[in-house]
Write a protein that binds this ligand. Structure first.
Ligand SMILES: [Zn+2]
Length: 178
C-alpha cells in the first residue's frame, strides 16, 4: 500500500466511524496525517540508517503508546490525537503488519530492526503490481469522492480545509441545525 490508498481508506473509515455529523467534528487533516505518520517517520530513518522502512513507527509498541497518549489527552477534553491514532492503526492494517511479526511485536524478536531490502527504485517498481496500483487508484477515487461530497469543490474551500480543517458540508449542517 502506498500514499493514496492509505489516505483514502483511512478517510473513508473515519467517515464511517464518526458518522455524518459527529460531535466534536472529525478533523480529517489529523486522520490523514495519522494514516501516513508511520511512513513519514520510518522511511527517512530507514534510508538514513540502512534499516527497513518499517521500523519503530510500525511496531505495536508505538501504536499502543500513541493510543494511550491519545486517550490521556482525550481525558483532558481534546480528541485530536485519538483520530491521529485511528489513522495510524489503519496504516498498520493496510500494511498487513501481521505478516511482519519481527517488527509488529518488537522487541519480542530482538532489538535490531531488519536491514533495508529495497531501494527507492524498488519501491517505485512495486507500482507494476496490480494490487498496489489498484489500491492507489481506489484511494485516489475515495479521496476525490469524499472531498467532493464534503463540499470541497473550489480552491477556496480546499484552502480553508488545509488551513483550518473546515468542511463546507459541516458548516451547512450547522446552519440547518439552527
Ligand atoms: Zn507503512
Amino acid at each position: 500500500m502506498y500514499v493514496l490508498a492509505h489516505l483514502g481508506i483511512a478517510s473513508l473509515l473515519a467517515r464511517l466511524t464518526g458518522g455524518r455529523n459527529p460531535r466534536p467534528p472529525v478533523d480529517f487533516r489529523i486522520v490523514l496525517l495519522g494514516s501516513m505518520i508511520a511512513d513519514l517517520i520510518d522511511k527517512p530513518v530507514g534510508f538514513a540508517l540502512g534499516i527497513s522502512g518499517r521500523a519503530l513507527a510500525h511496531t505495536g509498541v508505538f501504536a499502543v503508546g500513541l493510543t494511550l497518549l491519545a486517550v490521556g489527552v482525550q481525558m483532558r477534553g481534546r480528541n485530536g490525537l485519538l483520530w491521529l491514532a485511528f489513522g495510524h492503526w489503519t496504516h498498520l492494517l493496510l500494511d498487513g503488519m501481521w505478516e511482519d511479526p519481527a517488527v509488529l511485536l518488537y522487541p519480542g524478536f530482538g532489538w535490531a530492526f531488519p536491514p533495508a531490502t529495497a531501494t527507492v527504485f524498488d519501491l517505485l517498481l512495486r507500482f507494476q503490481d496490480p494490487f498496489v496500483l489498484g489500491g492507489e487508484i481506489v484511494g485516489g477515487l475515495l479521496l476525490v469522492t469524499l472531498g467532493y461530497s464534503s463540499g470541497l469543490r473550489s480552491w477556496a474551500a480546499f484552502k480553508r480545509f488545509v488551513i483550518a480543517g473546515e468542511l463546507p458540508s459541516r458548516t451547512n449542517n450547522r446552519m440547518h441545525d439552527r
